[in-house]
Design a protein around this ligand. Sequence first.
Ligand SMILES: Cc1cc2nc3c(=O)[nH]c(=O)nc-3n(C[C@H](O)[C@H](O)[C@H](O)COP(=O)(O)OP(=O)(O)OC[C@H]3O[C@@H](n4cnc5c(N)ncnc54)[C@H](O)[C@@H]3O)c2cc1C
Length: 510
Amino acid sequence: MISKQKAIVCVFQWNSLRVRDQPLFANPTCIATDFLVNVHVIDDVWESLTKKGTKRASPRRREYYMDSLHSLNHELISRGSGLLVLKGDTVRTVARAVQKLSETHDVSGVYLEAANTVEESRRVFGIQQSIHNLGIDVIVKPNAQTMLKADFVDSSNLPNTFTQFRIMVEKDSTGSILRPIFETPKKLPPMPADLQISTILQENPSSYPVDPRSAFPFAGGEKAGLERIQNYFNKTNGVRTYKETRNQLIGSEYSSKLSPYLAFGSISAATVLQKLKQYERDNGANESTYWLFFELLWHDYFQFIAKKYGKQLYILSGISSIPPAYQWIYNPQTFNAWTKGLTGIPFLDANMRELAATGFMSNRGRQNVASFLVRDLNIPWIYGAEWFEEQLLDHDPCSNYGNWQYVSGVGNDPRADRYFNVIKQGKDYDPNGEYIKLWCPELVNVPAEMIHHPWKMTSMQQKDSQVTLGVSYPLPIVEADAWKKHYTYLSKGKLGRANPGESIYRHKKK
Ligand SMILES: Cc1cc2nc3c(=O)[nH]c(=O)nc-3n(C[C@H](O)[C@H](O)[C@H](O)COP(=O)(O)OP(=O)(O)OC[C@H]3O[C@@H](n4cnc5c(N)ncnc54)[C@H](O)[C@@H]3O)c2cc1C
């Protein structure tokens, strides 16, 4: 009897699409086997709608995902292996593929990475069960999405606030809590010849048009992610001034733009930290380099929060033990105006239009549009989080739902009454309205004094600015009292009250 050749299966989750610092390859058996079958399943969930009717992913986000898969495939091929991409229910599809493979090969193990989120953990568990039933070993490697070791904290000692968490991390001066980077294999065993690379990946990589105004004009995938690190740290040197620029709104260099790569796992947070430390050794540390570390800690914190709270990350009352202070009510009209960037509040509209056109929005923008949705429009935060999930290239369940809960006062924020005054914020961060004019070209002639509240313009001023409120640009769908002290006027006496005929839904005090 001819003995079967040995094969090992590595199952890649959607948020770990890389070969460098890859936990699945961190074992000698993977390298020593006759054949290596790298599998990724595009789960049916990507085609599905959320309970609220939004898509799980916009066409742009799906394209970005495909780019990330193409890149992984190239990295694997260049090491002598390849990627088998399948579609379907992950658990059943993997089980079927392994069973089929075991008819012709001696499958000596299936490798998986543990997950921090409910949906992905369910898949890991399901695969474990079904493969175990086939009598094949399943090896679940610790999750490698964080800079910190996966077991650095658990549900019993994870602090309730980020500050306590940061202090806990900073107490460690030895670096022993950091996860070591896994070695990258130079060569990998081949895929079995009869396993053709699926047609899914034979299609051309993304041709999705990039808006020339985009703050994220980059391609997806490991190679592009590594290039972005190299550029940000060593070419444009953006990291040197990160603390001063991170609240800006225009262009690619005001912040690292690493989040889409981190979300799909094209690069790991540990790799970014390694580069940051190297940068500090070569060029010296400063407040900006520390601040980037500080933000990366937020990334890790939300991963641990997701792991601890499971399903609670996705429910309206959140992870907080205190009931929400607000009675949110869904209103389809105001919600649609928010998604389309037609609220009549230019700073918000600019951000929402940028998101829809590019799949990216700055952190400053995200905080403002989120606060506006839950505090000024009084809409349940989950609608906003699901819209972000569909649109954001960097959608990561931990960071997205964690941040939405934080802004909505049901997360891990010690201040449950946090409120972003969107008029003040707009004036602080876009004083001349350049960002607004980039995304709301119909307001291009509005003077800086009026750009954040065009509804305070007289008819004459509207004419001079070539805007007709309610026609070429909407009247605000809501107006909060707290905004009024931040209004500015062009000439004394002329303004100060709403224009005749203007219909503004006045914001009721809660
Ligand atoms: C309502 C809301 C939803 C968000 N949804 C997501 C999301 O789905 N995915 C996501 O990666 N980030 C999310 N963020 C956090 C943050 O806005 C983005 O990480 C950041 O804007 C990405 O741009 P950057 O890579 O240039 O960040 P930089 O400013 O360069 O920061 C570097 C890295 O630090 C991490 N980081 C920074 N701020 C945060 C934060 N507040 N929370 C968690 N990690 C952070 C990210 O990994 C980021 O790539 C959200 C924030 C808000 C307020």
